[in-house]
Write a protein that binds this ligand. Structure first.
Ligand SMILES: NC(=O)c1ccc[n+]([C@@H]2O[C@H](COP(=O)([O-])OP(=O)(O)OC[C@H]3O[C@@H](n4cnc5c(N)ncnc54)[C@H](OP(=O)(O)O)[C@@H]3O)[C@@H](O)[C@H]2O)c1
Length: 289
């Protein structure tokens, strides 16, 4: 595997848990150990993962070039970390915008982003964490207008839960969702603003048993979840490029359609800083008010 060495530049929590969580191969490549607090009462502990440019852009928003790979330049260490986070969690949450941008091959398997670590991820997940072989994939859509031909709906090892509105459920049924063996569709109440984040988090914990959730959705859902106080950690890769923006062709930043005031903006505590060559890997934990 041709990875750049990863260095831990700063760690404000111990870089190894007393029990040692990551197997040695993974720990050496991650540049330390990886462990998470227990879930709060009634909802999952939620970690989000993004890669952004130096100027805060998370998508070039160009046809065929709107995914994370154009932002990270398919960076090996970023892909390895993404696979490792996927391997660590009970469920991965994606919005329909991200599903569309990822394209029909997206499967959200840990090894799909870093195939060389497939066996390590599997061993860590099944033998150390004692979780099912693959995380549940949760897709959020109000409209129900998803491409059901996408790989994620046809990967037998992956259970998919689509959370949608009553109308979205009807639309999905018309598109053939009921014939997909590994897919379950649930309708949740929705207001003019869509499904309430609190309803999503409660359902995931109480009905799906999700204790650790990885948010891989885009800036729209991230903003809604942030505003609800549901994002506990942010794993942010900073890629050493500048994308720029113009008013005629907007490019999303980390958060879209949600804004905070100086009085309500969430603040974060730095947990660790790692680097591999010119890329920074930041881990932040939400500071409590
Ligand atoms: N650089 C990175 O790390 C990174 C990470 C993730 C995504 N991205 C990029 O971000 C872009 C996509 O952004 P996005 O903000 O559109 O993605 P998103 O948040 O994943 O998806 C937005 C969609 O989710 C559904 N949704 C959102 N809130 C809802 C609610 N409360 N109730 C019901 N449905 C709800 C809606 O689907 P319907 O329209 O179907 O109702 C909405 O259009 C892509 O270019 C992607 O590549 C980049």
């Amino acid at each position: 595997m041709a990875m750049e060495p990863v260095h831990t530049l700063l760690a404000t929590q111990p870089i190894a848990s007393p029990e040692g969580v990551l197997p040695e191969d993974l720990r050496a490549r991650y540049g330390g150990d990886l462990f998470f607090p227990l879930a709060p009462e009634g909802r999952p502990y939620c970690i989000a993962n993004f890669v952004s440019t130096l100027d805060g852009v998370v998508s070039f928003n160009l046809p065929g070039q709107s995914g994370g790979d154009q932002i990270s330049h398919a960076n090996e260490e970023d892909r390895f970390t993404m696979g490792l986070l996927r391997a660590s969690v009970d469920a991965i949450l994606v919005g329909s915008g991200t599903l569309l941008a990822t394209g029909p091959e997206g499967s959200w398997l840990p090894e799909s982003v870093y195939p060389a670590a497939k066996e390590w991820y599997k061993k860590y997940r099944t033998e150390v964490l004692r979780k099912q072989e693959y995380p549940l994939v949760v897709i959020v859509t109000g409209s129900g207008e998803l491409d059901l031909a996408s790989a994620v709906f046809h990967t037998p090892q992956t259970r998919v839960l689509i959370l949608t509105t009553e109308q979205g459920k009807v639309t999905l049924a018309h598109s053939g969702s009921e014939a997909l063996a590994s897919v379950e569709v649930k309708a949740l109440p929705s207001s003019g603003k869509g499904i309430a984040p609190s309803a999503i988090f409660t359902l995931l914990r109480q009905e799906a048993g999700v204790e650790l959730l990885l948010h891989e959705a885009g800036p729209t859902l991230f903003g809604e979840f942030l505003a609800g106080g549901f994002i506990d950690e942010l794993f942010l890769t900073v890629a050493p490029q500048i994308a720029g923006r113009s008013p005629e062709h907007p490019r999303p930043g980390l958060v879209e359609k949600t804004q905070f005031s100086p009085a309500t903006a969430p603040w974060w505590k730095l947990v660790s800083v790692r680097n591999a060559a010119d890329y920074l890997f930041l881990r932040y934990r939400r500071s409590l008010p």
